[in-house]
Design a protein around this ligand. Structure first.
Ligand code: B12
Length: 257
């Protein structure tokens, strides 16, 4: 059934939304008017600046509240089907065991100048993220967490040393698409070392979306809010497929609670 949805602010369907942005102008009445004019140009009716804060001497941060005339019909959207099944924990261990007859070795690193390790740790470390345990929880996985500011050459060396099956690369901070460039560097280094084809190569970070994977030469990219169990499911599903486990087996595994 199709139903047009409009944002809810003060009353149902009033279209009111909140928008935040920064302008390169010192905080002042002129800056406030500039923010309001920008909001009007973006199509917001009755905009109000509900927050203006100086960001150093030359920049101002704004939160603007206003009404949009647009609506959306969720039923009319094309939504991508999940590209791998979410698997229960025991099935993740079972599939890895059946496929490899040994532990799956995962090397993880933040590359480039990026010092943001929390995202990678959320995925790898036992304590996990949002109530979900990290990859260290699965006994059929061995995790090598290399931490922050790891160069592509160091990742290649670690893949060699640990005979890794999967490489997980994190990029959180970015400017001028540096996060994309750094993933490309890792891909190039692994390819040059002749290791790319035998690895499951996974990237992640809040600026990425899964549809970027093919262009970057990665098998899968995970974005903002990823849960470790999604990554564990993906890795098990991928090794299962590579080992020739049947689609029926993998699908059955997904339905076992
Ligand atoms: C904590 C933090 C820091 C800490 C990092 C500590 C640490 N050990 O990680 C410190 C203080 C060091 C820091 C420094 C800086 N930071 Co900072 N930081 C943050 C902050 C507040 C939280 C990030 C975070 O940990 N989120 C929680 C984790 C769990 O979420 P996540 O990273 O998105 O990870 C999830 C997914 O993205 C995904 N994921 C991430 N990686 C991977 C990898 C794989 C393989 C997979 C599968 C999934 C995956 O899974 C995770 C779980 O869901 C953000 C703002 C914010 N609220 O996000 C700014 C932020 C990221 N920082 C920012 C900036 C600018 C900086 C600095 C440049 C500031 C400065 N001028 O010095 C420096 C950069 C230092 C450097 N060399 O990298 C900006 C980046 C803006 C941009 N253009 O990219 C942000 C967005 C703040 C802002 N709004 O300006 N920062």
């Amino acid at each position: 059934m199709s139903a047009l949805l409009r944002p809810y602010g003060d009353a149902t369907g009033d279209g009111r939304v909140q928008l935040s942005f920064t302008l390169p102008i010192a905080s002042s009445e002129r800056a406030r008017q500039a923010a309001l004019e920008l909001a009007r140009k973006m199509g917001f009716a009755e905009p109000q600046v509900v927050h203006m804060k100086e960001m150093g001497p030359d920049f101002s941060f704004f939160i603007v509240y206003g009404a949009t005339a647009h609506s959306v019909d969720p039923a009319g959207l094309t939504v991508a089907e999940p590209d791998f099944p979410l698997l229960p924990s025991p099935e993740i261990n079972r599939i890895i065991r059946d496929s490899l007859k040994r532990q799956l070795v995962v090397v993880g690193a933040c590359t480039g100048t990026d010092a943001h390790t929390l995202g990678l740790d959320a995925i790898l470390s036992m304590k996990g993220f949002a109530g979900d345990k990290g990859l260290e929880y699965w006994q059929e996985m061995r995790i090598v967490n290399m931490g922050a500011q790891v160069s592509p050459g160091e990742i290649v060396a670690a893949v060699d040393e640990h005979a890794a099956d999967a490489v997980l690369v994190s990029q959180v901070v970015t400017q001028r698409d540096a996060h994309i460039f750094h993933l490309q560097e890792v891909h190039a280094a692994l390819t040059e070392a002749g290791l790319r084809d035998r690895l499951i190569l996974v990237g992640g970070g809040p600026r990425f979306s899964p549809d970027q994977a093919p262009a970057l030469g990665f098998d899968r990219i995970f974005g903002r809010g990823t849960k470790p169990s999604e990554v564990a499911s993906y890795l098990a599903w991928k090794v299962g497929r590579r080992a020739g486990l049947s689609e029926a087996d993998l699908t059955r595994a997904a339905t076992l609670a």
